[in-house]
Design a protein around this ligand. Structure first.
Ligand SMILES: *Cc1c(COP(=O)(O)O)cnc(C)c1O
Length: 564
């Protein structure tokens, strides 16, 4: 008997994602998209949804970030041992890439939730002796290499993934495409549905796309046109061969370049953005498609500090399964909440000391900013006016901790990391500051629980949703954020957190607004009115934790997208 057998009978939905954050030791993710996919899988296990997950093995990981003496990011591979966590299955399929047969082997990782339900995750691996050495590396490095490498990975995920499911004996009704990376899966399904009429006119689709649309759900995460995967048709033809006739592909994926988002949009019967504002933006970007909104959520038990787990357990024993019960968290006692918070903060400060050599104080607020380091997230906004920062700190002391990786090819993001280090050095004598290297799930858990204020300064409308602020809120860490993504839905000024600036088109003044809000509202409240601060912590847990969780998110996908 194969270890996959027990899972075969009840799996009707397959979820495809280029990255999934299953556990910190498995380097199969880079950031938000993967963590969301991981939280999705964890909630599916909790809720016993009949799903199977597919991703790449990513044996070389995404990026281990080192910061050198000059504050520059140094990129390293981040290998991990697949055999420590997953079991190879004895099915294999071949996918034709660049004219060669590339063999793919699935590894099984079983994700088990606290009450014992389990979800199968298939990790696709091409590191096989049968393969040409070039092809062995296809599944190795997440988002590594050039455009051709990326397209090969997408062929592996979409086409290879579909064939693997078939070879293993899964009977899948619905395919969920997490972002456009797996769009070729939908194109592969199309091949199975040639149009019934014999000779449709020229320039028409010779396949029955409606049949495919019934089976595909597509979640888009990218609010800017330039952020979508696009490939030259020359590359596509060279790598994919006659997978789908070029004229047919152009009808579905755009006339000039193979646009994976277009392909997924045209072949999915249910399409959604990841927050209400993001869905509006996506509808403007892609008119004519009915794009819904399912706002992201986080897996509450994964992101809640053990000290708060104990508190929640007392007032709502089922909160892990039904995080709506966290509504009752506003009834917790002030002392209990503050004690739990100081314990989480102590854990973070104990981490900062050895990593950054900075001793931070437990009685001074910690402002945290942890994001992918890239232009639109504006990680340097806080440093717009160093004199102003020093002045604020003199009347209302604070401390700053930051973390985040820049994509290896994002030179702008890397420059931002170096700049931030330079700013931190010049402020060092006045304001305690630390940049913690190699932001990952483990570090994220410490940061989202141990900070006092969770800062977010993206340039709207580029933040599709954001999820780290939801993790912070679960731990009573207060959000201070620009109005974009999920925060527009969760923000109640002075109750669940604070806004930076207005919800409008002008963002030149965001730095001023940030300083004003810190100086007049946030820091004075922390230092002078602890009672109201704790009131906000409790409102944040109860109003945000009860809604922005992946249990609610998956119940919505199940009822609206999967059971159409
Ligand atoms: C939650 C998380 C993210 C996503 O956070 P954003 O709010 O979207 O910036 C990224 N990386 C890690 C490691 C996380 O845990």
């Amino acid at each position: 008997m194969s270890p996959i057998d027990p899972f075969l009978p009840r799996r009707r939905i397959a979820y495809f994602s280029m990255e999934i954050a299953l556990r910190p030791e498995m380097h199969t993710y880079s950031g938000g998209l993967g963590v969301l996919a991981g939280d999705t899988a964890r909630s599916c296990a909790d809720l016993e949804l009949p799903m199977v997950f597919l991703t790449l093995a990513s044996r070389e990981g995404y990026l281990r970030q080192e910061i050198d003496g000059d504050g520059r990011q140094v990129d390293h591979a981040d290998p991990w041992d697949l055999a420590d966590w997953a079991t190879p299955l004895d099915a294999m399929v071949a996918v034709r890439i660049e004219g060669r047969a590339v063999w793919v082997r699935p590894w099984l990782y079983v994700l088990t939730c606290p009450v014992g339900h389990a979800i199968p995750v298939l990790l696709l691996d091409t590191r096989l002796e049968h393969n040409d050495p070039v092809d062995r590396a296809i599944s190795d490095r997440l988002y590594g290499g050039d455009e051709a490498y990326r397209l090969k990975q997408e062929i592996l995920l979409g086409v290879g993934g579909m064939r693997i499911l078939h070879a293993l004996g899964f009977d899948i009704e619905t395919y969920h495409l997490n972002e456009g990376h797996a769009a070729l899966l939908a194109a592969g399904l199309l091949r199975e549905h040639r149009h019934p009429s014999d000779r449709p006119s020229d320039g028409a689709l010779r396949y029955d796309a409606d049949r495919v649309r019934e089976r595909c759900v597509f979640t888009t995460h990218t609010p800017v046109e330039a952020g979508h995967d696009r490939f030259d048709y020359e590359d596509a033809e060279r790598l994919l061969g006659d997978f789908l006739p070029l004229d047919q592909m152009k009808l579905l994926a755009g006339p000039d370049r193979l646009n994976m988002t277009r392909l997924a949009l045209n072949l999915s019967g249910y399409v959604n953005g990841v927050a209400m504002r993001h869905a509006e933006t996506a509808r403007r970007m892609f008119p004519g498609y009915g794009i819904r909104a399912v706002t992201n959520g986080v897996h509450a038990p994964t992101w809640t500090h053990p000290a708060f787990v104990r508190l929640f357990q007392e007032i709502a024993p089922d909160w892990g399964h039904d995080p709506e019960e966290l509504l009752g968290a506003d009834q917790l006692s002030d002392d209990a909440v503050w004690t739990a918070h100081q314990e989480a903060k102590g854990d973070l400060l104990a981490e900062i000391q050895p990593l950054a050599g900075v001793a931070m104080r437990p009685d001074v607020p910690v402002i945290a900013f942890a994001r992918r380091m890239t232009g639109y997230k504006r990680p340097d906004l806080l440093f717009t006016d160093l004199e102003r920062l020093r002045a604020i700190n003199r009347t209302h002391p604070f401390q700053v901790v930051m973390a985040g990786k820049a994509h290896p090819r994002d030179e702008g993001g890397k420059a931002l990391i170096a700049e931030i280090h330079a700013h931190m050095r010049s402020l060092a004598g006045d304001i305690p500051m630390a940049f913690l290297p190699n932001y990952d799930m483990t570090l994220a858990k410490k940061l989202v629980a141990g900070a006092d204020v969770w800062l977010n300064t993206p340039l709207p409308p580029y933040e599709a949703s954001g999820t780290s602020g939801m993790k912070a809120a679960l731990n009573g860490v207060l959000n201070l954020s620009v109005l974009d993504g999920w925060w527009i839905e969760a923000w109640v000024e002075g109750v669940t957190g604070w806004a930076i600036g207005q919800d409008d088109q002008r963002h030149e003044d965001d730095a001023q607004d940030l300083y004003d809000k810190l100086e007049r509202t946030v820091l004075p409240l922390y230092h002078a009115d602890r009672g109201r601060w704790i009131r906000m912590m409790k409102d944040s847990i109860s109003k945000i934790g009860s809604r922005f969780n992946s249990q609610r998110m998956m119940r919505r996908y199940a009822s609206e997208a999967y059971l159409r």
